[in-house]
Structures are given as C-alpha cells and as structure tokens.
Design a protein around this ligand. Structure first.
Ligand code: SAH
Ligand code: SF4
Ligand code: F3S
Length: 441
C-alpha cells in the first residue's frame, strides 16, 4: 500500500514496549502510515507509555501538553496513548487531556489500525480489553527493509506474581505464553531479514510455558533449545527473569547451549529477608545467592545483572545494609536501581513510607557500589578476547559499535568490518561505558 500518512511513535518503559511499538508501526504501515522522527509533520502521534513509577506516568501528561499547539494548527492530527498508562488509566487520560483521540491497552494492539481510522470527528476510541487470543498472531509481521543484527521477540506477557510494589500484573494482565511454533516462525523470519541475535522478552520470561511442537507444554529452556537449531541465528538472550522460575533445565542450558549468551538479568530487589517478604517476592536472600552460585557453577564467566528498589516501606538502615552485603557478595556486572515509588492500587502504597532524603542517600550509596563492581568487571576484560556482534556505526570514522557476549558495548576502529558482522576482538581498553579493542583472528 502506498504510504501517504506520517506516524510519530515515542516509546517509554521496557523492551516489551519497544517490541510493541514496532508491531504497531507495522500494523499501521498496512494502513498507509509511514514512520517519521518529526512530530511536527505527523498525521498521527502515538505515545507508548510506561506506568512502572510515578515519574514515568507523569512524563506522558507533560508530553501530551506539548502537542496542544500542534493539534490546534492541525485539527486532523490524531493523538493516541498506548501502553501501560493507557491500560491503567483508560478514559481518565481523556478527562485530564481532552486532545487525546485514542487509548489502546497492550492487549489490544491488533485493533490499532481500526481504532485509528475510527478516531475521526472527535469520536474518541478506547480499547483496553484483555482478549483471549494471541494479539501478535493477528498483527502483521511485515518487515519493510533490512533489520539491524539484533532484535527483540516477545514470547511471554503478563505476570501472576503480584509483588507488593508493582503495577505490571494490572497493566499487562495474567501470564500468557505464545506457542513455540509461532516463536520459531517469527525467529526464522527475523533471521531471513538479517538478524543474528534474538532477545526473548517477557515480563517474566522464564515463567514461559507455551504449547510445544509436540502439543505438550514447553519450558523456556526447551524453547531455547529449539531456537538453537535455527540456521543463521548466532545468539540467544532472554529478559526479564524471576528467581523463582530459574528451573534446573534453564540453569543447565547456560552451561551447554552454545548460542545462549553468558549474561543473566536476574532482579532480586532487596537483600533483606524482611523486606523481600513484605514485597511478596517469595524468595529470600539466601535462595537467591545459592541460585547464582548454581548458575556460576555451570557457567563461571556469566555476567550477572539485577534490579534493586531502595526505600521500600518500612526499610530500615539495617535492611538496606543487608542489600549492600548481598551486592558485595554477588558482584554485579550491571544493575538498575530505583527509589521506591508508590503506585495506586498496589498493596505497598498504603504502608509507612520512607522519606525522600533517606531514599536518595541509599540510592547514591547503592549506585556507587554497583558502579565500582561494574568497572572492576569491565577492567578485567582488558587483554581478553571476546566475540562482538557489530550493531551500528560509531561517532568516529571507520568506528563500529557492537556488543560482546557479556553485553558490554565494544568499539572497534577498522575499515574492513561492517555492521552485522560477528568478530573476535581483543580488548585493549576499558572506558567509562564501553570497551575498545581490535579485531583478532
Ligand atoms: N518482572 C521483572 C521486573 C519488571 S519491572 C521482575 O520481577 O524482576 C522492572 C523493575 O522496575 C523492577 O525489577 C523493579 O526494580 C522496578 N520497579 C517496579 N515497580 C517499582 C516501583 N513501584 N517503584 C520503584 N521501582 C519499581
Ligand atoms: Fe512486577 Fe513482581 Fe511481576 Fe516482576 S514479578 S513484573 S516485579 S509483579
Ligand atoms: Fe513500564 Fe509496562 Fe514495561 S509499566 S516497564 S512499559 S510492562
């Protein structure tokens, strides 16, 4: 179809939103929309939003406010809100910001093109249903051009764990896994369009339990073994996983599956058993530590990454110190850390809150420690050979940037290599946020 209309999409939040935005863009592409990076020339603006912390949700409203003038000058401009804020707040968004024409929740993206074409003459469209079917099977998987060498593939959505701080079970609904055959078909399709590395996505990706090729339920490890057979696919990653779903077959796969990369994002949130209990995490610090040792037994060089929340209600100095000792014990190669943010409708929002000052101080202390560990692990890479998949051009002439198997960004200046190539690289230098090296055969 001829592309006659322009679409501007802005994506917030997690990688699942990045994947969803691509799917929505493809679905709207079927309807004549072409993506633009300039909101001023758009016929439709879509914000794919995140509700995980208060600031993330507030950003959406300030962004919408900025489109007021644009809409006044171009009354046909359609403004849509997708993602987790759309799901959590629904119609409220239009009450607060009447310039919004359509609201679409994460389980209804198969309807995006219809919603967009019906959103005319001030007829607001709202779809935040949780239908039964796999939305992705109804979304077109058309790829206009060549893709970069690394891609996301959502295999699981939703969460049944209900951690006391988290909105995801409400915004993404119950755990739901896509059938293995669909995942494999999509992976093959990605590989045909130039992809060499696939990151399997899910809010709880290791809770995956999709229908297998034999009609039985398959685990994430079984799915990974099936993907390993896909010719041309060089690397497999998965994120985000939950400690309670690190099953023995998945741990084992880290030791034996050649294409599975030695990097594991395994959030623990806190090192205090009291806080973990109040968070409803259903694991404790000791079980997390022993899990990490088991994984390191099968894959000693694996890089561990995590998520932390500081200042969860009733967190004392002693609880926080328990988190610090857990971090010292593990040695993280990477970690994401956040001040606890009260989310409406979640159990922890009603409890005794920690002051902002204390949260800030704890966050700084935790981040300083993580930074040191990160740098330490990075520095230890100097002199080692890693494999780098080159993803894009760097800032300098003949410079390319790629990722090592440990997900470190690696820069190499060499006119003989191109984007999409996988090369062995000798690491020469450790920079603040990357490594540099040279191709070595
Ligand atoms: N499913 C993943 C995490 C998804 S949300 C897991 O269970 O680990 C991503 C991260 O955001 C969480 O790991 C947590 O660290 C953080 N987060 C979630 N809700 C939060 C809140 N209310 N305040 C601060 N951080 C939060
Ligand atoms: Fe949120 Fe917990 Fe589910 Fe992760 S496991 S998405 S933190 S409720
Ligand atoms: Fe945010 Fe929704 Fe992802 S709340 S982190 S966009 S699942």
């Amino acid at each position: 179809m001829e592309k006659t209309k322009k679409l501007f999409i802005k994506t917030y939040g997690c990688q699942m939103n990045v994947y969803d935005s691509e799917r929505m863009s493809e679905a709207l592409g079927e309807d004549g929309y072409e993506e633009t990076l300039n909101p001023n020339e758009a016929d439709m603006i879509l914000l794919n939003t995140c509700h995980i912390r208060e600031k993330a949700a507030e950003k959406v409203y300030s962004e919408l406010g900025r489109f007021k003038e644009l809409k006044a000058n171009k009354p046909d401009l359609k403004i849509g809100v997708a993602g987790c804020v759309a799901q959590a707040e629904g119609e409220e968004i239009i009450k607060r910001q009447p310039l919004v024409d359509l609201i679409v929740g994460p389980q209804s993206y198969q309807n995006i093109a219809d919603l967009a074409s019906n959103a005319v003459d001030g007829r607001k469209q709202i779809d935040i249903a949780f239908p039964e079917e796999d939305k992705f099977s109804l979304l077109k998987q058309k790829r206009a051009g060549q893709r970069g060498p690394s891609a996301f593939l959502t295999v699981q959505e939703g969460c049944d764990k209900f951690c006391a701080f988290c909105v995801v079970p409400y915004t993404r609904g119950a755990e739901n896994s896509r059938p293995v055959s669909r995942v494999i078909d999509e992976a093959k399709h990605l590989v045909e369009s130039g992809v060499k590395e696939i990151t399997l996505l899910g809010q709880n990706v290791n809770a995956y339990h999709g229908t297998g090729l034999d009609g039985k339920e398959w685990s994430l490890a079984k799915l990974i073994w099936e993907l390993e057979k896909v010719d041309g696919l060089a690397r497999i990653r998965f994120t985000t996983s939950h400690p309670n779903d690190m099953t023995p077959d998945l741990i084992e796969a880290h030791g034996t599956c050649k294409k599975l990369m030695p990097y594991l994002h395994l959030p623990v949130q806190s090192g205090s058993n009291k806080i973990l209990k109040r968070m409803n995490r259903s694991h404790n610090a000791e079980s997390y530590l022993s899990l990490i040792s088991k994984i390191r037994e099968v894959r000693p060089d694996i890089l561990i990454s995590g998520d932390f929340i500081v200042g969860f209600p009733e967190e004392t100095d002693k609880d926080f110190e328990d988190t610090i000792s857990l971090i010292k014990n593990i040695e993280y190669g990477q970690a994401f850390s956040f001040k606890y943010s009260t989310r409406p409708g979640t159990p922890a929002a009603e409890r005794d809150q920690v002051s902002e000052e204390v949260k800030t101080a704890r966050l700084h202390k935790l981040q300083d420690l993580i930074k040191k560990q990160q740098k330490n692990i990075q520095d230890k890479m100097i002199g080692r050979k890693v494999h780098v998949l080159f993803e894009r051009k760097g800032r300098f002439d003949n410079q390319l940037v790629g990722k090592s198997e440990y997900l470190h960004a690696v820069n190499v200046t060499d006119p003989t290599i191109s984007v999409g190539e996988l090369k062995q690289v000798h690491i020469d230098k450790s920079n603040p946020n990357s490594l540099s090296g040279s191709v070595s055969n």
